[in-house]
Design a protein around this ligand. Structure first.
Ligand code: SF4
Length: 358
């Protein structure tokens, strides 16, 4: 249920605030616990669903509070079953979310920011800058939207949509913990993946946490000049420092990060690029995912030929680097992040937001 924006979102209230609220409405304290369970464990988005509450209380709550669940502005369905959504939050800001079903599994790719300040050359989102960061609840809402639409349990979530998760570290961590909560969606930590373009302070903080969340790093080139051109937003975090930070990460956590490498014809698929990539990975704990770049309209960057992707895989494997060629889901829809949004031209005049200090 989409509520009025003038009503406060009931889900933003703490247990103490809920307790105080039910007390002022003349109800016993245990009602607060019931409301809390409906919201955070059963994930309902309507007071009518809170069936063990007296009707009068449900009515009273709905007079002042609401559920700011996102509105679906647009969606596309791919031949491979993937569904892409453009979801709008209460303040009119919209983001993209993708649901990817496969044999009794449902993976969801969520956005952590509306827009992005990183400006990657191959990304439709990066072209428009950052509008604002999302709250943990807004990240969770994207997952719930996909779960409801497919009417299936979500088995994994990748934080790989619009935005840089480590530029919104606190809310991203809160969302990861909500998704992992055994009383909530209970998605295993290893099935929750955060993808960063290489924000070193974020990688360091991430290595301190006790949960086994998975780390993915968008590498895209192991040659500094190429990477600077492709990913200008992380210029200051040099490959040398990134390599050190990833070494520290693997030593501290024992976990294997994955490196995303979108292969771009004539840019990062040359022999020199392959040599540099082998050097960067060889002898370290990592897994390389090679992806053929998605075509972005009007972009001069084009995907590498499939044979070139395969030759990268062979050479990396020859050097003991685990490498997978990842199928690009939703090739027939606007699958690359930012494309659906662009198509529907609903990006409101962006009020430039700011990242957490990087
Ligand atoms: S690829 Fe990711 S980090 Fe880079 S501009 Fe796009 S959304 Fe931002």
């Amino acid at each position: 249920m989409q509520g009025s924006t003038t009503h406060r979102d009931i889900r933003s209230l703490s247990v103490d605030e809920l307790t105080e609220l039910v007390r002022t409405l003349g109800q016993p304290a245990f009602r607060a616990k019931q409301v809390f369970e409906w919201i955070h464990q059963k994930q309902v988005t309507s007071f009518d669903d809170m069936t063990n509450l007296p009707k009068q209380l449900r009515l009273q709550l709905s007079e002042t509070y609401t559920f700011h669940v996102p509105t679906e502005l647009a969606s596309q369905v791919s031949r491979d079953g993937s569904r892409k959504y453009l979801l709008e939050f209460a303040d009119g800001v919209s983001v993209e979310t993708v649901g990817m079903p496969s044999r009794k599994k449902l993976a969801v790719c969520i956005s952590t920011q509306a827009g992005c300040a990183m400006g990657c050359a191959f990304c439709a989102t990066g072209m428009h800058g950052l509008t604002r960061s999302l709250t943990a609840q807004e990240m969770l809402d994207q997952v719930l939207h996909v779960a409801h639409d497919f009417n299936e349990r979500v088995t994994s979530v990748v934080f790989m949509g619009q935005g840089e998760p480590f530029a919104n570290y606190t809310e991203t961590m809160a969302a990861l913990r909500k998704l992992n909560d055994p009383d909530g969606l209970a998605i295993g930590a290893r099935h929750l993946t955060v993808s960063t373009c290489g924000i070193i302070p974020g990688i360091r903080r991430f290595s301190q946490i006790p949960e086994q969340f998975t780390l993915a790093v968008s590498l895209h080139s192991a040659i500094q000049t190429t990477r600077n051109q492709l990913m200008p937003g992380v210029k200051k975090f040099t490959l040398l420092r990134l390599h050190e930070a990833l070494q520290e990460y693997t030593e501290k956590t024992g976990r294997r990060p994955s490196y995303e490498y979108a292969m771009i014809d004539g840019v990062n698929d040359t022999n020199a690029e392959l040599d540099a990539l082998v050097d960067f990975c060889q002898g370290t704990l990592c897994h390389v995912n090679l992806i053929q770049l998605n075509n972005v309209a009007d972009s001069p960057l084009k995907p590498s030929a499939p044979e070139r992707v395969e030759s990268f895989q062979k050479r990396l494997q020859m050097h003991g680097v685990e490498t997978t060629i990842r199928a690009s889901r939703g090739n027939d829809i606007d699958a690359a992040c930012g494309q659906l949004k662009q198509r529907f031209r609903v990006l409101k005049d962006p009020v430039k937001g700011s990242n957490e200090e990087l």
